[in-house]
Design a binder for this molecule. Structure first.
Ligand code: IDP
Ligand code: MG
Length: 143
């Protein structure tokens, strides 16, 4: 497995419920390193740009509105197979379908308000990281 980076977001519901620390703890316990992090309150244009790939989906407008409903905690995770590992730790999109022990099964309220975002491929991870961070803001330590 290769050393990878991926983008993670604690969504507005997760921040509101004081879950930033719990989410970060799960990543770090699983061997992923946080190499960049910041809080942001996204504008509607920023949320729409970030989720542009979902533009045609029926939930797009609601999703963008929800993502701007409060601050989010954006971070870059680094580790072996970080993209897939993060998705495993997050669990399925719908918390009702997510495996027990995953963030979404344990902590999420609904398919929309599901606490975390995670990049779904190495290509998208690179794009999503660049959407929020410049290379000089990343502090790798696993090398
Ligand atoms: P993912 O976050 O597990 O990668 P995606 O299919 O990429 O799931 O969807 C992006 C986000 O859009 C989800 O995390 C969730 O917040 C929201 N979403 C996805 N499917 C639905 C739906 O059927 N109804 C409402 N919101 C949805
Ligand atoms: Mg996705």
């Amino acid at each position: 497995m290769a050393l990878e980076r991926t983008l993670s977001i604690v969504k507005p519901d997760g921040v509101q419920k004081n879950l930033i620390g719990e989410v970060c703890r799960r990543f770090e316990s699983a061997g992923l390193s946080i190499v960049a992090a910041r809080m942001r309150h996204l504008t509607l244009a920023e949320a729409e740009g970030f989720y542009a790939v979902h533009k045609a989906r029926p939930f797009y407008n609601d999703l963008c509105k929800y993502m701007t409903s409060g601050p989010v905690f954006v971070q870059v995770l680094e580790g072996e197979g970080a993209v897939a590992r993060n998705r495993e730790i997050m669990g399925a999109t719908d918390p009702k379908k997510a495996d027990t022990g995953t963030i979404r099964a344990d902590l999420a309220a609904s398919i929309e308000e599901n606490v975390v975002h995670g990049s779904d491929s190495a290509e998208n991870a690179a794009q999503e990281i660049a959407y929020f961070f410049s290379v000089t803001e990343l502090y790798p330590r696993t090398r």
